[in-house]
Design a protein around this ligand. Structure first.
Ligand code: 0A1
Ligand code: ZN
Length: 850
């Protein structure tokens, strides 16, 4: 029997829409409170669909008039849409509705941001614009006319006629409604051009509010690099005469790949050295690439239904990761991706919100834009590529683009392409799409007569709705080192397919030290009782940069866990081994900066929980502080040397080399501040000529509790820059001591510039608090209560952002009884809110079901 809830949608219920949409003509008469949308749509019966009632989605629309083939009709309306009697053959549907973009605070459909009209239609926002079969497998050619006084009026495709008070656009590529976009406002552009591999001359623009023109150059370069890379690496060429990007201040997510008209959260496109950090620059480059790459993986080949979301997102994240690895450092990118998986996806996969990469049911699709669909979805593609090899991956992708261009495809289509291109049977591999949960892989070794045997066992713990799991295909990249540190078996890919499976290595002269899961070759947890000596050996000798880093992380975790659970002192053998790595000037500073980092406190809580302990956030905080102080003192001689290496003499550039140096410098400054009470940080703050140095220094001053003057100076300097002020709001919570962070957050919610309706600002403050492990889990529950208060308040206005942020409670069952009760109470309070949105309702119900 199905879920009692009537709104649950199931993958197994998929039925094609009964009509094809031959073309769509839309006219928008813009007005903030009363925009009129006129639609003329040609429908024809779909021969491949079962007979069905004619139903069009529509929400929050005032129907003014509807006609079929010129004759007025009176459809039956509900909260979800309308039904209507229609002719047996093809017909013309005409419809006029009224909507109020100025009142749209949910930021879905057509809304206003700072006086500018913009749209967000993924996943199901188009139904708030007009009545339509708002599903990704219904694709059509759109022609759009925008009428309004705004100087700039944009939509998808190529520009058509323009004149006094109107602009027309035509998109020749059939697309689903979720890729529709419209923007109108007082905007200025940063223009450029790109010539494609077959000589198409493409006009490029980044459109921004007047005053922001100076922050577009980096994004434009990133766009051109992305266009070139997709041609060089995937053979994919751009397919319109124009490509527009628009920066919007109020946006629920990072950006959106609307055909020919990408809309970006301004934080993900605007950049200047004075106002953006290195991390901002890197993120902007990656997101511009991601949205651009969607043109082929998402737009030209789209998803049949929303259950297939990973088809476009997993692949596009995988492609943007390849791009970043090519533009910057591959090992650094791989380590950052593993950190992301462990920090964000593993907790999801191991908690009440766990779901397969391709979910099988949902109530609100907006709740499934998750780390599992995106990041694990990308990891699954990475595994596939490792298994079939680079050449066969390229063959399979060529076949995918050839076979499915213009389709709304499924994961079955995707896997079939690999099967056909390589002759492999991917039946078992497909479990990566259907089974939720993080596989745990344990390993035992055997050594006899020159033969070394590794025996792996895999278990995937139960997840909601999936008590039993079958073994998955795990590509395990392994290398073997001799006791003298030489690599005797270079990276070899073992294919684990059984619950328990052994692999033999013959002809070895000595018992080797294994380097397992090299390059993070599968998104699994390795459970291996390795000795500290063995890890220290890998830290010193492993040729795999990921595993070298991971050896240090594991030693760090063991060290902190021993400090927390046994009151041990810090592991000096680890720190000395690490110091040797940090002193190795042959190693890239960016890599050494990552090496210097210790596991996050949330990560420690997760590992403690995995090992059967109840994490104590205060004890974790104290251990992390003690270790940091210990490192600072032990490395007192090393720090000035690293600081010198980290100094950049050249003018600021966000290139990989400079970014690496500054990252190393930031690690040094954090420790230095513990020794000098903030002197170096203050000097850096006073002299900084770029935001990376300024913000790093401010963070250190906040951590040292010497921040009053610097915070005031920073506010004074940047009060007119929204994106910089988001950093100011976030940092003074994120870097604060746990006992003051919640009061700070509370005070900041009363600050005149706390515009809680802006998702970036809301996230800076409330998200900043939730990301601070020790502060969020303060034993008195003050943070839980504050979060719940604000989520309840935001839910009426913006369900999507509320629901996403509610996930901060997903780990609630890991903690002690007191905290559990307080978090449960917070969740129950949210659940009890009158008129709770479907988005938030689904999230809290899933979390409380545990
Ligand atoms: N497809 C976009 C992300 C996105 C998803 C949903 C949105 O609104 C509900 C907005 C953007 C991407 O992957 O970049
Ligand atoms: Zn995407």
């Amino acid at each position: 029997m199905k879920d009692a809830s009537p709104q649950t949608v199931y993958l197994s219920d998929y039925t094609p829409f009964g009509w094809q949409v031959q073309d769509v003509h839309l006219t928008f008469r813009l007005a903030p409170e009363a925009t009129r949308v006129l639609a003329r749509i040609h429908f024809a019966p779909n021969p491949d669909a079962p007979k069905q009632e004619f139903f069009l989605h529509g929400e929050d629309l005032t129907l003014i008039h509807a006609a079929i083939d010129g004759r007025t009709v009176s459809p039956v309306q509900s909260a979800e849409g309308l039904t209507c009697t229609v002719p047996d053959g093809p017909f013309l549907w005409e419809c006029e509705v009224e909507i109020a973009p100025a009142k749209n605070t949910a930021l879905e459909g057509l809304y206003m941001s700072n006086g500018m009209y913009c749209t967000q239609c993924e996943a199901e926002g188009f139904r708030k614009i007009t009545f339509y079969p708002d599903r990704p497998d219904v694709m059509s050619v759109f022609t759009v006319r925008i009428e309004g006084e705004e100087p700039v009026k944009l939509s998808n495709g190529n520009p058509g006629k323009t004149g006094e008070g109107f602009a027309e656009w035509h998109d020749p590529w059939p697309k689903p409604a979720y890729l529709f976009a419209l923007v109108a406002g007082d905007l200025v552009n940063h223009p450029d051009r790109f010539t494609t591999m077959n000589g198409r001359d493409v006009e490029l623009n980044i459109w921004v509010r007047p005053g922001d023109e100076g922050k577009c150059a980096f994004g434009m370069e990133a766009l051109k690099k992305s266009m070139k890379w997709d041609e060089d690496v995937y053979g994919r060429e751009y397919d319109l005469d124009i490509f527009n990007i628009v920066a919007v201040d109020d946006f629920n997510m990072g950006a959106m790949e609307n055909k020919g008209l990408n809309v970006f959260n301004s934080s993900c496109v605007l950049a200047s050295p004075e106002t953006s950090t290195d991390a901002n620059f890197e993120r902007i480059e990656a997101i511009i690439a991601h949205e651009y790459f969607h043109n082929w993986t998402g737009n030209r080949i789209t998803c049949r239904d929303w259950f297939q979301l990973c088809l476009k997102e997993g692949l596009t994240v995988f492609r943007d990761a390849q791009f970043t690895a090519d533009m910057r450092s591959a090992p650094v990118k791989r380590i950052e991706d593993a950190q992301m998986m462990r920090g964000r996806q593993f907790p999801e996969d191991q908690g009440p919100l766990a779901h397969p990469v391709r979910p099988e049911s949902f109530q609100e699709i907006n709740n499934f834009y998750t780390a599992t669909v995106y990041e694990k979805g990308a990891e699954v593609i990475g595994m596939l590529k490792r298994l079939v090899g680079d050449e066969d991956y390229a063959k399979a992708l060529d076949l995918y683009f050839d076979r499915h261009d213009g389709d709304a495809a499924t994961i079955e289509d995707w896997l079939k392409v690999f099967e056909d291109a390589t002759g492999r049977d991917l039946t078992q591999f497909k479990r990566w799409y259907s089974q939720a949960g993080t596989p745990r892989v344990s390993v035992t070794e055997d050594w006899a007569d020159g033969t070394y045997t590794l025996t792996f066992r895999q278990v995937t713990p139960p997840t909601p709705g999936q008590p039993d799991k079958a073994p998955q295909v795990i590509p395990m990249a392994v290398g073997l080192l001799n006791p003298n540190g030489d690599e005797v078996v270079p990276t070899t890919l073992l294919e684990i397919t059984e619950a328990e499976q052994s692999f033999r290595f013959d002809g070895l002269s000595a018992r080797p030290v294994p380097s397992l899961l090299r390059d993070f070759s599968a998104p699994v947890v390795m459970e291996r009782e390795a000795s500290a000596e063995e890890r220290a050996f890998l830290l010193a000798h492993d040729t795999d940069p990921f595993n070298r880093w991971d050896a240090s992380q594991m030693l760090g975790i063991e060290c902190l866990i021993a400090m927390i659970t046994e009151g041990a002192t810090p592991d000096t053998a680890w720190l000395d081994g690490l110091e040797r790595v940090l002193r190795d000037t042959d190693l890239d500073p960016a890599y050494r900066a990552l090496m210097m980092g210790t596991p996050s406190q949330a990560e420690l809580a997760r590992v403690l929980h995995e090992r059967g302990h109840t994490p104590d956030p205060e004890a974790i905080w104290n251990a992390a502080e003690t270790l940091a102080q210990f490192r600072a003192e032990r490395w007192a001689d090393l720090l000035p040397r690293l600081a010198a290496e980290a100094t950049v003499e050249a003018p600021y550039s966000p290139d990989a080399e400079q970014v690496g140096k500054r990252a190393l410098g930031a690690g040094v400054l954090a420790l230095q501040t513990r020794l000098d009470g903030g002197k170096a940080a203050q000097a850096q703050f006073d002299s900084a000529d770029n935001m990376t140095l300024q913000l790093t220094a401010l963070g250190s001053l906040v951590r040292a509790g010497r921040d009053a003057e610097a915070l005031a100076a920073f506010e004074e300097q940047w009060q007119d820059d929204r994106l910089v002020m988001d950093k100011w709001f976030g940092l003074q919570i994120g870097a604060a001591a746990p006992d003051v962070a919640v009061e700070r957050a509370q005070a900041l919610t009363r600050h005149a510039a706390f515009d809680w309706k802006n998702p970036n600002r809301f996230r800076a403050v409330l998200g900043g608090l939730a990301m601070h492990h020790a502060a969020f889990h303060r034993a008195d529950g003050a943070s839980y209560a504050l979060l719940a208060d604000w989520l309840i308040r935001l839910d009426d206005l913006n369900p999507q952002t509320t629901a996403r942020m509610a996930a901060v409670f997903q780990t609630w069952t890991r903690y002690d009884e007191g905290r559990r009760a307080l978090m449960r109470a917070a969740l129950e309070r949210i659940a009890a809110k009158p008129k709770l949105s479907r988005d938030t309702g689904e999230m809290v119900t899933r979390m409380l079901a545990q």
